[in-house]
Design a protein around this ligand. Sequence first.
Ligand code: KG4
Ligand code: ZN
Length: 345
Amino acid sequence: MKAKTVNILGIETSCDETAAAVVADGGIIKSSIVASQNKLHEKYGGVVPEIASRAHIEKIYPVIIEAMEQAEVTKESIDAIAVANQPGLSIALVVGVTAAKTLSFAWEKPLIAINHLHAHMQSAMLSEENLQLPALALIVSGGHTSLFDCQSPLELELLGSTIDDAAGEAFDKVATILKLPYPGGPSIEKAAKNGNPNAIYFPRSMLGPDSLDFSFSGVKTAVLYYCRGQDMKGEDKVDSMTRQEIADIAASFQAAVIDVLVKKTQRAADRIGAKAILLGGGVAANSALRNALEQLCNSTTPPRKLLAAPKQYCTDNAVMVASLAYHKFEAGIFADLTLEPKATG
Ligand code: KG4
Ligand code: ZN
């Protein structure tokens, strides 16, 4: 006899998306609601924590209601409430954590704490039933660039991370330099499609032959100096550049970032003997990165399998939270009402 379906309500508020989702048995997506704050942060060229927090407070209730309605579930058929409680902006995380704790208490349902980065990794495994382990996970988002040794969805070891800007942050900052619309990642990708990735050589920081850490502030500064002169002592050339020149800079910058991501992924995958590579986080939506990693996977004998998160689940969402929570539910790993948000983790 098949065991009863486990319905989990997931909640995500770690940065600038207010999201809720209902996922059954870890992989059946019954609903996914994401209220994006892009419009609110656009004019600042980045996420303003206070604005993010206020918008989460306004949206959290309607987003949860909509997720429940779309999934056609009532509180009686929800088995647990899961929430991303780390890492992220504390004043944003606290909104989701408070909502989850309140529902857990009021509905008398278990509470599950989820690490946002681990959830991004889970989004790469959404449709995979026969995952070959160990896998190497590359998580590339606006706040993080991390490599994990994944022994199982709940057993992750951090192998390396960025020492300065995250990959997504570098995309966003370079888009601002090039005066492309916010959020920068998709704008750079769009511009890069018409550009020559070999037009300008931007630096690739490898941090030594053994390092699995990343650094993207150098490439960002190189683009800045290219556009504004060494040490920003020149005039801003962007306004007088042609679309082709902007496209060439975008393509050359994107190629430099992808080069480093691919080489470090290869280094880490070889080191742990990875059988598969998992790709998640907002920057994972980038087609050039997905193609480059696909090529990397096919270049080894035997080829490694690339599992990239579906594009709609690369950027922040609550499906990944509810999906990972299923593994914790099955393992009996629950949080209690003392759960707090944590900026790091
Ligand atoms: O995972 P995410 O939604 O939020 C964080 O956890 O930070 O990632 C957002 C980041 C932003 O920096 C955004 O510019 C970047 O992902 N991004 C992209 C693309 N789509 C989103 N970067 C490169 N290419 C894309 N297509
Ligand atoms: Zn994220």
